[in-house]
Design a protein around this ligand. Sequence first.
Ligand code: SF4
Ligand code: SF4
Ligand code: FES
Length: 344
Amino acid sequence: MTVSSDQHIEGKRDVTFRVFRLNPQVDSKPYFDDYTIPVERGITVLRALNYIKENIDASVSYRVFCQAGICGSCGMRINGISKLACTTQVWDELPKCREAGIIRIEPLRNLPLLKDLIVDMDPLVGKMKHYSNWVVSTMEESEMGRKEFLVSEEEFSRYDKATDCILCASCVSECSILRANKEYVSPAVLLKSHRMNVDSRDGLHDVRLAELVQDHGVWDCTHCYRCQETCVKSIPIMDAIHGIREDAIESRGMKDTAGAKHAEAFMSDIEKKGKLVEATLPFRTNGVAWTVKNLLPMAVKMILKRRTPPPPPLVKASKGMKKFREEFREMSEHVKEDHKTHKK
Ligand code: SF4
Ligand code: SF4
Ligand code: FES
């Protein structure tokens, strides 16, 4: 489908938008439609889609509201990366096209598809509810409206960036764990959970944290940093994830989770030997009974194929351990101090 222009006017050219299409009510499988339209420099992907919808094919469906990078409605994958259509310049995308002059537009991943470029946000909202992503005020109801709950500038600076989140779900779409496990809490929910947990007005810290360390929670994150790299508001999402983990390890009652034990065993190995003692890591993380029940068949196969990791006495410490250990301890002290400062 084409509305062509004079290809050679400077700052104006024909661009093809290859748009993902699927209407589950009538289509048995997805397909792509190509729309070639004249585009001027300075036009966003969203305006190009609006042009297609108004002039070529009114059935193309996508979500849009503010058109200014504020509401988070227009998240979609443009040339394979999740971003906002209303703040993405067509001209910036042209050098990234796999096929010259063809910009690929697809829906976000990791959320159910409703139609074309529209995904269902309900699973994300459901997770926000599950992890109580709001402040539960510690103020007595009788005092509300009569008393101010003041937040210092220093405290606000701890969650200032996190409040920029517009729930566009771009980070959700890029999360490597969500691709394998849709139950995973998701980066946006971890960000919001931590933002609430460091708010002095909130009284639900322990309940929220207890939920975050359960299955599909914070310990499942692989630290791939993909969410942070993709965030359309440049929010340091990983700081929130690290913050929740440190909080969980320090809080009484959370040390018994497999995630916390794994982190402690990992750190202990690195401090002692500069490398992992893999043979005993599952026992220290999940206990003897769980490991025997779940990993014995795999261990037998590994023994038969002579692929077992060496037993602890044969794991020699890395070279230069004395210096490494000093630096490691110094770094651990810094992290603890930093954490104390953040908690104040
Ligand atoms: S760092 Fe964690 S939350 Fe972020 S994308 Fe990777 S697995 Fe997902
Ligand atoms: S953290 Fe960033 S990418 Fe994720 S939903 Fe919020 S604004 Fe979008
Ligand atoms: S339409 Fe609101 S962020 Fe794009």
